[in-house]
Design a protein around this ligand. Structure first.
Ligand code: ADP
Ligand code: ZN
Length: 758
């Protein structure tokens, strides 16, 4: 009998469906039901004779004394044997409890169910937890229909026609019913125009059924003019979509080369085939500019999916994905688990972004799982980036992925000229952080009435607060981390947990007064410095914690585009694909910042981020310029940023990772052992160490304290399992975990293909 998987949360054995069943009718049909909970697999129930149940049906079943929503499941024939979860214990037919209710929801397709099984097996997560991502997304119930407008059959002759009114009439020509808001947005008029037309009886009110909450993006709405390299890439990508088979294409092109423009054409091709398309963006909440472009191209907004859209919108989108009325969904990583009924294309924009990795709950990489979803369902997927990950490049090299390249910027805009400011030769004044060489360039830029940007990937005022008298460092009481000063809020806060505390007036250790000193810069401090240097400049600060929401972000971006800002100071949020036509100078305050620590991808990530930031400069006709403040100008990352030879840098990265079979040339899984009691964490880690697998092509590193040894009061230890590419880590991990029982209060989290090593 297979042992239970050690990583499973304390099995809810009291909840198992084992209460005696009511007297059974003969030959009860058995169905498996997967519940969105951390059990090892589905449970068996009896199908009531009057209830026709099929795999994928959403049902309510008794569980202990509760009722839970689950999905009728069946074994997945596509899972490799050593991937499949261990068999469940079988309950005798007579003891089975009946399914209570069949819900009026669209059944989950076999494709989606197989995908859920696959993700669960690959990430070593109980399948119910993956199902939870699909089910939790919508919640029960069908949304109430709201009202929309179509053209009235006979328009009274008395209706006065203005250009704005004409735009609305043109839009509604296609017969699609739309809400007032949708019409106003798509026709670019105020809602009053719609109301005026309605009052004049030129429009007819109709009930919008739940099946048609989204206007259909029109692939023929506003065609771009594509020439040269762009045209070639577009034809290739359109053909790939037309093939309608599984394939992965890397669309690589420098920032501003028109990648977005081109993948919108792939979406158009998908829509022409009557299929749905999904676009995954790393940070959808920030993408106001992206929405505008989509609307310009297709005449209406896509369905949006992310964590902040609200209950009603979630439900609407869930149902619209399921019934096919949402033809394009743009979303953050969890959109991958929506129940599309006819998905024909996935685009992963900024595929190299580590934000696609979910680090909590089900630990998965949405980019990689998107490829899996495309493969299981047999449709094409495109990965898009100016700086593709080494994983993706290796797949191109191995011939598994196709490759389309756009080598130059659209419309003749040139790539920014990049220079290093060697801070050893051009040091900033004492206690400050901007080199005089950079501030000179800033003045010159402002004099020319152009915009500049300063980038520092660190929120707050200073990353460390130190007592000059006794050397005490202000640390988080719950984490191994320094507290970051946020001076505007007069607070110290931990960037790893929610802890914040007021800045103390005296040193908490020695009581010295006015001895607490800020060490190092965050963007608040850089802003202070810039204000002193340029009192007349209009400065705008962009950081996730100070901007406050998507609407405010959109407004900030609009202000920059309208030229109401001279200097933008920001964290990584400024790197996100924005198009700022007047921006000509980018100053990177600390180019070395990401290179410290032993992270496998530190160099790769730094070059991706800095390249992306640099790419904001000179996107229109005036050429841009980038200055990197660095104390290590000889570092290969700095050299590659100057030469722009990203390929050479990645080739060098590849050469370094290949011999040690580091990813992508080998496989990696991390085990993170955590407990509130350090001894329990150590004991469980030691047990794992003792039972560690061995063999040719298998290596175990650790256990060792995690770099963040305490996080939210939990002590953490890490183990890395590294294998040859030819060896699957999942069966090894399953066997290993079955031999170890975590100590009391200890937990083992499995992170397949880890991105973070903290
Ligand atoms: P990328 O996604 O590669 O950074 P974008 O697609 O954002 O590039 O294109 C950069 C800018 O150039 C955008 O403002 C875009 O609208 C414009 N652009 C790109 N290609 C074309 C084209 N063929 N016609 C008109 N504008 C284009
Ligand atoms: Zn903390």
């Amino acid at each position: 009998m297979p042992k239970k998987k050690a990583m499973e949360p304390a099995l809810f054995s009291s909840l198992l469906p084992d209460a005696p069943a009511p007297p059974a009718a003969p030959a009860r049909r058995r169905v498996s039901v997967l519940l969105p909970m951390p059990f090892a697999g589905p449970f068996d129930y009896a199908a009531p004779p009057n209830m026709p149940l099929n795999p994928g049906d959403v049902v309510v079943v008794p569980l202990g004394r509760r009722r839970e929503t689950g999905v009728v499941w069946e074994p997945n024939p596509n899972l490799p044997a050593d991937f499949a979860p261990p068999p469940q214990r079988t309950v005798e037919a007579a003891r089975l409890r009946p399914v209570a209710e069949l819900l009026d929801l669209p059944p989950l397709s076999a494709e989606l169910r197989h995908f859920i099984d696959w993700v669960a097996a690959y990430t070593l997560t109980p399948p119910g937890m993956v199902l939870a991502m699909t089910l939790r997304l919508h919640m029960r119930g069908v949304p109430t229909p709201s009202m929309g407008w179509v053209l009235a059959e006979d328009r009274p002759d008395t209706v006065r026609l203005t250009p704005a009114r004409q735009k609305v009439l043109d839009l509604l020509q296609d017969g699609t019913a739309r809400t007032t808001t949708d019409i106003a947005n798509a026709a670019n008029v105020g809602p009053g125009v719609v109301k005026g037309l309605a009052d004049a009886k030129a429009l007819k009110a109709v009930k919008l059924g739940p099946e048609r909450p989204f206007a259909a993006p029109n692939p023929h709405h506003n065609l771009p003019v594509l020439e040269g390299e762009q045209a070639t890439a577009t034809v290739a990508l359109r053909n790939t979509v037309a093939e309608g088979q599984f394939s992965v294409t890397l669309l690589e092109g420098v920032t501003g080369s028109g990648k977005t423009e081109i993948y919108l054409e792939a979406i158009a091709a998908c829509l022409e085939q009557g299929k749905q398309a999904l676009v995954l963006l790393p940070e959808i909440a920030l993408s106001a500019q992206w929405m505008q472009r989509f609307t310009r191209r297709f005449g209406t907004e896509p369905a949006i999916w992310h964590s902040e859209i609200g209950q009603r919108a979630r439900r609407l989108t869930w149902h619209a994905a399921a019934n096919g009325s949402a033809t394009v969904v743009v979303g953050a990583r969890s959109a991958l688990f929506l129940p599309f009924n006819n998905l024909g294309l996935i685009i992963v924009d900024e595929e190299h972004e580590s934000l696609f990795k979910q680090e909590e709950g089900v630990i998965y990489n949405a980019r990689d799982m998107a490829v899996v979803r495309a493969r299981l369902s047999g449709f094409p997927i495109a990965l898009v980036s100016a700086t593709p990950s080494l994983e993706t490049l290796a797949n191109v090299e191995a011939g598994r992925y196709r490759h389309l390249i756009l080598p130059s910027r659209h419309g003749g805009a040139s790539l920014p000229e990049t220079r290093i400011l060697d801070m050893r030769d051009h040091p900033p004044p004492r206690g400050l952080f901007l080199s005089p060489a950079l501030t000179e360039q800033l003045s010159a830029t402002f004099e020319r009435q152009e915009q500049a940007m300063l980038f520092l990937n660190r929120r707050g005022y200073a990353p460390l607060t130190l007592c000059r008298a006794c050397g005490h460092r202000m640390e988080c009481p719950h984490c191994t981390a320094w507290l970051v000063e946020h001076r505007a809020k007069k607070m110290l806060s931990c960037h790893y947990c929610d802890h914040t505390e007021p800045m103390p007036p005296t040193c908490p250790t020695c009581g010295a007064e006015e001895s607490l000193t800020a060490i190092g810069p965050g963007i608040e401090r850089i802003t202070e410095e810039a204000k002193n240097l340029f009192p007349d400049a209009r400065i705008l600060v962009m950081a996730s914690d100070t901007l406050g929401g998507p609407a405010a972000t959109a407004e900030a971006v609009a202000k920059i585009s309208r030229r109401e800002v001279d200097l933008v100071i920001g964290t990584q949020i400024v790197a996100k694909g924005w198009h700022f036509p007047h921006l000509t100078l980018v100053g990177i305050v600390d180019a070395d910042l990401g290179l410290g620590g032993g992270d496998l991808r530190a160099g790769e990530r730094t070059i991706q981020l800095l390249h992306q930031v640099a790419g904001r400069a000179g996107r229109a006709s005036t050429p841009g310029r980038v200055l990197l403040q660095s104390y290590t100008p000889e570092h290969p990352v700095m050299q590659a940023l100057v030469s722009g030879d990203f390929d050479a840098f990645m080739a060098q990265e590849a050469a370094q990772r290949r011999p040690g079979f580091w990813p992508p040339y080998g496989r990696l899984a991390a085990l993170i052992i955590s407990a509130e009691d350090a001894k329990e964490a150590d004991a469980t880690a030691a047990d794992l160490g003792r039972t560690a697998p061995y063999g040719e092509g298998i290596q175990v590193l650790g256990p060792a304290p995690a770099p963040i040894a305490v996080l939210r009061n939990r002590h953490r230890r890490r183990i890395l399992l590294r294998t040859w590419r030819t060896i699957a880590v999942q069966p090894i991990l399953r066997r290993w975990l079955s031999m170890v029982k975590p100590g009391k209060g200890a937990r083992i989290d499995i992170d397949i293909d880890p991105v973070s090593f903290l």
